[in-house]
Design a binder for this molecule. Structure first.
Ligand code: URA
Length: 237
C-alpha cells in the first residue's frame, strides 16, 4: 500500500493532509531521515514527528466500559470511542465494537477492525460464553437457576426459547449469569421474566478472556495470548 494511504487510513488525516506532512519533512525513518511518499518502507520503520505509527490494521482492543457510555459512533452523549485516542475513531477499516453493552452496563467490551475475527467472536458456532454479574432489586426466589438452565424460557415477543444459561447465586441480590447467546437486553429481560429488576450489570468475561484488574475507562490492545484465551473454553486449560 502507498505510504500516503497507509498513514491516512490510520486516522492521521486526509490523504491531502498526509501528503503535506511528507512535504513538511515530518515523516521520517527511525534515524530521522526524511521519507518521501513513494518510498518503500515497512510500517515499523515509519516515524511521524519522531513517534512510531499507531498499530496497523488487525487491531483488537479490550476496554473496561464504564456505565454512561454508549457503544455507538453517533450518539450525542458519551460514547466508548471517547475513551480511545481520537485518531482511532478515524481509522479505516473502522474499529467496531464486538456486539454491544447497554449504556448502563459496565465491563469487558472488545473492539476490532478485523471483520473476520469479529464474525468469529459473535458467531453462534463459536459458542463463546459471556459472564454477567448482576445486582438485583429484589431477593432471588430460588427457582431462577433451574428456569434459566432449562432451555425453555421464552422472552416476551420472541418466537424461540433461550438457550440454557448458567446462574450462580452469590447472595440473594447478586448473581453471575453465563450466556452463550446475545439477544437484545437479554440479561435484564431474563430477570424481568422472573419478576426481578437488574439495578447494576457488569460483564466480566468473554470466552476465556477476563477483564481482570483493568481500571474502568482504560483499554489495552490484545496480543496473541489474549486471543488464544478468548477462544479457549473455560475449564479447558
Ligand atoms: N444483557 C443486557 O441486558 N444488557 C447488556 O448490556 C448485555 C447483556
Amino acid at each position: 500500500m502507498k505510504l500516503v494511504k497507509l498513514i491516512a487510513n490510520l486516522g492521521y488525516g486526509s490523504r491531502k493532509d498526509v501528503a503535506l506532512m511528507f512535504r513538511e519533512g515530518r515523516i521520517t525513518d527511525p534515524q530521522g531521515e526524511v521519507l518521501y511518499a513513494d518510498d518503500k518502507v515497512s510500517h515499523a520503520d515509519i516515524r511521524i514527528d519522531g513517534e512510531p505509527l499507531d498499530p496497523p490494521a488487525g487491531l483488537v482492543l479490550m476496554l473496561h466500559k464504564p456505565v454512561g457510555y454508549t457503544c455507538s459512533t453517533k450518539d450525542p452523549g458519551r460514547i466508548v470511542y471517547d475513551l480511545l485516542p481520537p485518531r482511532y475513531r478515524l481509522r479505516s477499516p473502522l474499529l467496531s465494537t464486538v456486539g454491544r453493552l447497554d449504556r448502563d452496563t459496565s465491563g469487558l467490551l472488545l473492539l476490532t477492525d478485523d471483520g473476520a475475527l469479529l464474525h468469529r467472536i459473535v458467531s453462534p458456532k463459536s459458542q463463546l460464553s459471556k459472564v454477567y454479574e448482576a445486582t438485583l432489586a429484589h431477593d432471588l426466589r430460588g427457582d431462577e437457576a433451574g428456569l434459566f438452565a432449562s432451555g425453555t424460557l421464552l422472552l416476551e415477543s420472541e418466537p424461540t426459547p433461550l438457550a440454557p444459561a448458567r446462574l450462580e447465586v452469590v447472595d440473594p441480590r447478586h448473581a453471575a449469569l453465563t450466556l452463550t447467546e446475545g439477544r437484545y437486553h437479554q440479561v435484564r429481560r431474563m430477570f424481568a421474566a422472573v419478576g426481578n429488576h437488574v439495578t447494576a450489570l457488569h460483564r466480566s468475561r468473554i470466552g476465556g478472556l477476563e477483564l481482570g484488574d483493568l481500571p474502568s475507562g482504560d483499554w489495552r490492545a490484545l496480543d496473541a495470548g489474549d486471543l488464544d484465551r478468548l477462544f479457549t473454553p473455560v475449564g479447558a486449560t
